[in-house]
Design a protein around this ligand. Structure first.
Ligand code: URA
Length: 227
């Protein structure tokens, strides 16, 4: 695959640690994640925001962490960034049933400023504490392609040495034996202005069309026993 390189071993897809990755179908994992106390973020968050989609999804899209709207709704990508992402997915031709949407970190992190809850980036320890859930989702779904949205997800999937600016939109071989790509996070696009924003938006759409094309070229999905 063009632009391919071996990713390093630091991602959740490298060598799942026996006994550390929660087991079960997606509904079971979702139930178990409600009780997660592996880092302090659960204390202030409304709820765990687990991934959304079918266990038969062929593409796993990994974002960063839920925002205010996702925390209240209990579902990923339902706020402004989610609207941009869902529109880009629609134009790509990817079928919603082929896509599983999740995040690197599954709790909202914020500070209060009056009535407003201001988003805070999860730190390395919080990201690491959440990794078993991502590994569990990946093991259950066994997608044919993985797409990381933004630098946090890209570093989780491909390792710390990954440069989103230099390597965005290229396919890389993951240790699990499947191709992965990183592209712009929709929130990063919303933070840009003018021409820069337009360009990044077009690049996200082009990358997602590339994902749809790669899926069309891939082997048909395996049959399995569902969620
Ligand atoms: N940004 C993310 O990375 N994930 C969400 O679910 C929402 C915004």
């Amino acid at each position: 695959m063009a632009g391919s390189r071996d990713s390093d071993d630091s991602g959740p897809f490298a060598k799942p640690v026996e006994g550390e990755t929660p087991s079960g179908g997606l509904p079971t994992l979702r139930r178990k994640a409600v009780e997660c106390r592996a880092c302090p973020l659960w204390r202030d968050a409304t709820q765990t925001v687990f991934g959304e989609g079918s266990s038969r999804a062929r593409v796993m899209l990994i974002g960063e962490q839920p925002g205010d709207k996702e925390d209240l709704a209990g579902a990923p990508f339902v706020g402004p960034a989610g609207r941009l992402l869902r529109a880009a997915l629609e134009q790509s031709g990817l079928s919603p049933r082929d896509v599983y949407l999740t995040n690197t970190v599954k709790h909202f992190k914020f500070v209060r400023r009056g009535k407003v809850r201001l988003h805070q980036r999860a730190n390395a320890a919080e990201q690491a504490a959440c990794r078993p859930w991502l590994a569990a989702e990946f093991q259950r779904i066994r997608p044919q392609l993985v797409v990381a949205l933004g630098a946090m997800a890209a570093h989780t999937v491909f390792g710390r040495g990954f440069s989103l600016t230099a390597q965005r939109g290229q396919w890389h071989a993951l240790p699990a034996g499947i191709p992965g790509m990183a592209t712009w996070h929709p929130s990063a696009i919303l933070r840009k202005r003018g021409r820069e924003r337009e360009l990044a938006h077009r690049e996200l759409e082009a990358d997602l069309r590339g994902v749809a094309d790669a899926l069309a070229d891939a082997e048909p999905p395996r049959q399995d026993d569902g969620d």
